[in-house]
Write a protein that binds this ligand. Structure first.
Ligand code: PGA
Length: 248
């Protein structure tokens, strides 16, 4: 089964609504590939970004949400609000959320469940730290994956995207080699196969993230278990990001 590549830009806490519009206006003229191009933008830019992306193949999403439908949670945002603004997907469990905001596997699993209920595609991010890689990454990843998918029914499995992002490669300039990324993502798929069955796991997209650049893109995408990428720093400039999107 061939999975169409998905390329997601994660803008993190960068860009106002006006800057988002400017970026998308430029990117639209530069895309020549037929990959799925998704942008995880700040909450305040979602509405304007969706408007500017209308009629193009660019899909807009968010970077986090709360696991409750709605409620007295000052400062939080609900999936139904993201959907209302036009977001089609949401990043969940990014390592910066796990590290700086102490999100647990349990909380992330609840968010994945809520996103599915709210009709938004969850992109579940998992990844090991440098010391965990040295001491054996398998157990850490297995726990993050099985916990994250805990509330996902088999028939919904392919509605969730898994993103493998080794923490030691995020924002460090140290991209995992294609061999390391492939070996690890193959392992992630085997965990999914154990849980959902081989057939379902073969149609589930697994993305790689961590210092992806135009120069590293082609080699990564040649690997069997890499079905796309999640790009942070290199997604902030339309020209650089378009070179990643237009990989050959
Ligand atoms: P990076 O970020 O590409 O800047 O390493 C990736 C991410 O955090 O999703």
């Amino acid at each position: 089964m061939v999975i169409q590549p998905t390329i997601i830009g994660n803008w993190k806490m960068y860009k106002t609504a006006a800057q988002a519009v400017e970026f998308i206006r430029a990117l639209k003229t530069m895309i020549v590939n037929n990959s799925q191009v998704w942008l995880a933008v700040p909450f305040t830019a979602i509405h304007a970004a969706v408007k500017e992306a209308a009629g193009s193949d660019i899909v807009i999403g968010a970077q986090n949400m709360n696991s409750a439908k709605e409620g007295a949670f000052t400062g939080e945002i609900a999936g139904i609000m993201l959907k209302d603004a036009g977001a089609k997907f949401v990043l969940l469990g990014h390592s910066e959320r796990r590290q700086h905001f102490h999100e647990t596997n349990e909380q992330i699993a609840a968010k994945v469940k809520r996103a599915l209920l709210d009709g938004i595609t969850p992109v579940l991010c998992v990844g090991e730290t440098e010391s965990q890689r040295e001491s054996g990454y398998e157990e850490v990843l297995k726990e993050q994956i099985l916990e994250g998918f805990k509330h996902v029914e088999k028939e919904d499995a392919d509605k969730v995207i898994l993103a493998y992002e080794p923490v030691w490669a995020i924002g460090t300039g140290k991209t995992a080699t294609p061999d390391i990324a492939e070996e690890t993502q193959k392992y992630c798929r085997s965990v999914l196969a154990e849980h959902f069955g081989k057939r379902a796991s073969n149609s589930m997209p697994i993305l790689y993230g961590g210092s992806v650049k135009p120069e590293t893109m082609s080699a990564l995408m040649k690997e069997k278990d890499i079905n796309g990428v999640l790009v942070g720093g290199a997604s902030l400039d339309p020209k650089t990001f378009s070179q990643i999107v237009n990989f050959t």
